[in-house]
Design a protein around this ligand. Structure first.
Ligand code: NAP
Length: 493
């Protein structure tokens, strides 16, 4: 029996931002019997995998930090990806997180049997745990476009999320497919190094201008001498986000959204001088309907003499370039695919099997679903960080993960103390939550008519559709009437 003993064991899948958080917080709870399985050879998740040129976080650095680990040394208001990777490594080192990580091992199966999770890995290991935390990330599995001939391209072919930094683009004719955040960051960073850059745009993007001042040495020294100032800045930006942008996106009629759209429109009109190019770059949907793109220099990059924008649909990729529907052939030495992620995977392809033999892939056959985005009915003692339908958008997913962890830590405590043996949300509560969520999601800006990765197979935004304050409130304390708890038998007096 697992209860109230030091044998209480937790397995975490993934050593990215959420996995690191889980180790630190579990140890604070006194749970030390834990292992993280990480399939890569290094921690960092998104920030390890995404090292394309120009990768950065468009959430302010002092917010994109753990609340318990302020970083006085952020170089800029918005940090480059490599700096975030270094930050994650240093937080992990400060807390000896890697003592609990097994690298290079992929979890392939989770099976709940005889009251515990049985864990199988790709190297044939068997493990067991009372609780499993899926810290597997949202933007994890790259999506490759289904374009004829793509994989027959003979030049360099790379997805932004699997960048090979040993490849030099110097002097090459480079094509980029996509105009999401990844492409918008890549374009201005490489344009001066390549012979010619061709951006293949399927849909234009609204681009919010961004100022990115460096922190001065004095500012950093003051953060260092009094760490509470960095922590205070974290909280201040968090409030600004919670009261501003995050409330605006869930109310399609909000004034702030109209102001954001006006700012984007002015950015386009003041930055792009060629009238034909300006109209090609003008979206025909509302700003923030797609995940808002923020850039200080995309328009500058795409207007360089060696850059061109192609808006004709790609018909096929040939060994030496891209053919578009107007018959034009664009000869290329390298092709960069910036086409985003398979966002409905979560902890799949791991085969997760519940006590009744139901596979998570069956439970999620239509689409992924979870109670409050953290737990799945019928799958006991399994918790997710940044799981389905949670707050996404231009927020700090670190803050989201911290709130989610604090929520389910209270459930883990019930399991650890022996008050409950198995615990999962009820089907009724999950269904009721999902029904309300879907109705509310239809009122958000994400549902105002655009194609985006937020939308599920029905065209419903797969995201938290209420305010961030409401999310914080929901994460304060679990409502146990929404959970099925199987309790240990009481000792007979
Ligand atoms: P994305 O936003 O999903 O964009 C994918 C792009 O590829 C879109 O422009 C899409 O066009 C295009 N595309 C997809 N399939 C295509 C096809 N078959 N033919 C032509 N074009 C195709 O992906 P992403 O840029 O990698 O960004 C994903 C998310 O990662 C972001 O939204 C953001 O949440 C996160 N991210 C964040 C940062 C940051 O600074 N914090 C940076 C990078 C990424 P359509 O628009 O027509 O679908």
């Amino acid at each position: 029996m697992n209860t109230a003993s030091t044998d209480f064991r937790v397995v975490i899948i993934g050593a990215g931002m959420s996995g690191i958080l889980s180790v630190i917080k579990l140890r604070e709870m006194g749970i030390t019997n834990l292992t993280v399985y990480e399939k890569a050879e290094k921690l960092g998740g998104t920030w390890r995998d995404n090292n394309y040129p120009g990768v950065a976080c468009d959430v302010p650095s002092h917010l994109y930090s753990y609340s318990f680990a302020p970083n006085p040394d952020w170089s800029h208001r918005f940090s480059p990806g490599a700096e975030i990777q270094t930050y994650l490594e240093s937080v992990a080192a400060d807390h000896a997180v890697e003592d609990s990580v097994i690298y290079g091992v992929e979890v392939t199966e989770l099976k709940h049997q005889d009251g515990r999770w049985r864990i199988t890995t790709d190297d044939g290991r068997q493990d067991q745990a009372d609780v499993v935390i899926a810290a597997t990330g949202v933007l994890h599995h790259p999506a490759w476009p289904d374009i004829a001939g793509l994989h027959d391209f003979v030049g360099q072919l790379m997805h932004t999320a699997r960048w090979d930094s040993s490849v030099s683009l110097e002097g090459l004719r480079v094509g980029i497919i996509g105009t999401g955040s990844s492409a918008i960051q890549t374009v201005p960073t490489i344009v001066d190094h390549v012979d010619h850059l061709t951006l293949f745009q399927r849909t234009a993007q609204w681009v919010l201008p961004q100022e990115n001042p460096a922190y001065t040495e004095e500012e950093r020294a003051s953060f260092r001498s009094d760490p509470s100032t960095a922590a205070a800045l974290h909280d201040e930006i968090s409030e600004l986000f919670a009261n501003g942008f995050s409330n605006a996106v869930v109310d399609a009629n909000s004034e702030l959204l109209h102001m954001i759209e006006e700012t984007c429109r002015l950015n386009l009109e003041e930055s792009v001088t060629d009238l034909v190019l300006r109209e090609q770059l003008r979206p025909d949907y509302r700003a923030a309907c797609k995940r808002l793109v923020i850039s200080p220099n995309f328009y500058e990059g795409i207007q360089k003499p060696n850059a061109s924008l192609v808006t004709e649909t790609i018909t096929e990729v040939e060994p030496n370039g891209v053919r578009t529907v107007d018959g034009q052939f664009h000869e290329l030495d390298a092709l960069i695919v910036a086409t985003g992620f398979q966002v409905d995977r979560f902890l799949r392809p791991i085969d997760v099997i519940n006590p009744d033999g139901l596979h998570l892939s069956e439970a999620w056959a239509k689409r992924p679903n979870a109670y409050l985005s953290v737990a799945v009915p019928g799958f006991p003692n399994l918790f997710m960080l940044n799981g389905p339908n949670g707050p996404v958008g231009n927020f700090s997913l670190i803050e989201v993960a911290e709130l989610q962890f604090a929520y389910f830590a209270q459930l883990i405590e019930l399991l650890r103390s022996g008050e409950a043996e198995a615990l999962s949300p009820t089907f009724e509560a999950t269904e009721a939550f999902e029904g309300e969520r879907v109705e509310q999601a239809k009122k958000t800006v994400w549902a105002t008519g655009c194609r985006s990765w937020y939308l599920d197979d029905r065209g419903v935004p797969a995201a938290w559709p209420w305010t961030f304050q409401k999310f914080r409130q929901a994460m304060k304390e679990p409502d146990l009437s929404h959970f099925t708890l199987s309790r240990n038998p009481q000792p007979v007096a």
